[in-house]
Design a protein around this ligand. Structure first.
Ligand SMILES: [Zn+2]
Length: 412
């Protein structure tokens, strides 16, 4: 899994009384069952479901009905299962061998809502309220991972995984921490980093992200062309039957497009989650049809729908969705900042962006997506957000508002 390079994991042995241990055992058992159940659902014979949103839709209420796990732990089990299935699919894509995931050792994933860590103890959500667990810490507290990352004001709790160690017959909490961000996020009201997923909308590619993911508009364009042809032909006949037929085909098309846009919006939100983004930023939808010379009414409709779906789905993940004024985002070089209308030299094949100043050559939609993210950050800075650490997520790292680049580091 790609993690933030600044995340540190500290394992701590827990000391719990008998009743707390009983609850933790039951909680990890249910957690294991829930995660394995989600894998079962994801593991279709002919395809594998890796979308967290889809798995949520397919499993959440079943698990809530059948187990006493609190909602946050149900979601955590689903996420863990989705990641495991995704990991297998990714290995297959790389031509490697991997078999269906099955969780066997007892564990449970916690986030900042389900675990609290205080000096010498923590509290953990269970199937029946919270329990307190004392930490068993090394006698010498200096220069330990605990003193460096856990009992250090410069680090914040990100989450934790509870493990049961069969051999030692005790629980361990693996706590993840991250350096504290000093500045307040004006929008969220608490100290939080801002990292942005920029999204460019278009005809050839309906959506392109600053992380370099593309969603083709091919199907939508093809279906729509076919529909228009059919409509033209049927309207010439002018009969009532023809009129009804056009309406029926139109409704079917709308259903198809809506389904497709649901899928794209799920994947966009997942892309943001996977890249630890706090924001998803689009260009302003107002006037988009005028800005895209080949856009038809159906595209305008699709962009609005997509934005609506993403906004709705991002909300439950606590991701902020915004629009920015897109002026110059297609003419600006996302590498050096040079802005010129001739930076976009190929009028026929608009796929390529070529910078006249630094020679940066890149897919035009990807360049625009990065600029959309950067524009949002610059707007935020102007409005007084000051020097809070901010960045646009790219496929290989982060670009900050000053154009400085930092690569993503894979953490073990
Ligand atoms: Zn350039």
């Amino acid at each position: 899994m790609v993690g933030d390079s600044r995340t540190r994991t500290v394992p701590i042995k827990l000391d719990v009384d008998e009743s707390a241990a009983g609850l933790l055992h039951q909680t990890t058992d249910y957690f294991l069952d829930a995660a394995n159940y989600v894998v079962d659902v994801a593991w279709e014979p002919d395809w594998k479901i890796t979308s967290k949103q889809t798995l949520h839709d397919l499993t959440y209420y079943d698990v809530r009905d059948d187990s006493p796990l609190p909602a946050n732990l149900v979601q955590a089990a689903r996420n863990r299962a989705a990641e495991a299935v995704k990991g297998v699919v990714e290995r297959w894509k790389d031509g490697k061998k991997a078999s269906r995931p099955h969780f066997t050792s007892r564990f449970a994933s916690y986030d900042a809502r389900t675990v609290t860590v205080n000096g010498d103890h923590c509290t953990l959500a269970t199937i029946d309220g919270r329990v307190t667990a004392e930490f068993v810490l090394p006698d010498e507290q200096r220069d330990t991972p605990h003193s460096a990352y856990l009992f250090n004001d410069d680090y914040d709790l990100k989450g934790a995984t509870l493990h049961y160690d069969e051999i030692e017959d005790c629980f361990y909490l693996h706590v993840r921490t991250k350096p504290t961000v000093e500045n307040d996020d004006a929008e969220q009201g608490d100290a939080k980093h801002v990292s942005v997923l920029g999204v460019d909308l278009g005809i050839t590619n309906i959506a392109t992200t600053s992380t370099g993911r593309f969603w083709s508009g091919g199907e939508l364009n093809h279906w729509h062309r076919e529909y228009e042809k059919r409509r033209g032909y049927l309207q010439q006949t002018g009969t009532r039957w023809a009129h009804e037929n056009v309406q029926r085909v139109g409704r079917k098309q709308t259903e198809r497009f809506e389904q497709m846009l649901h899928t794209i919006s799920n994947e966009l939100v997942e892309e943001a989650l996977e890249n630890d983004c706090t924001h998803i930023v689009f260009e302003q939808l107002k006037g988009i049809r005028e800005r895209l010379p080949y856009a038809k009414a159906v595209h305008k409709w699709a962009f609005h729908r997509l934005y609506e779906y993403v906004t709705y789905k991002a909300e439950s993940e606590e991701i902020v969705v915004r629009q920015i004024n897109p002026t110059y985002t297609s003419q600006r070089c996302s590498k050096c900042g040079f802005t010129h209308k001739d930076n976009h030299p190929h009028n026929n094949g608009q796929d390529e962006f070529g910078c006249l100043k630094c020679g940066y050559d890149v897919h035009a939609d990807y360049n625009a997506a990065k600029n959309i993210g950067l524009k949002y950050l610059r707007d935020q800075q102007k409005s007084g957000r000051g020097g809070a650490p901010v960045g646009v997520r790219l496929n290989s790292g982060t670009l900050n508002v000053n154009g400085e680049y930092s690569p993503t580091v894979i953490n073990g």
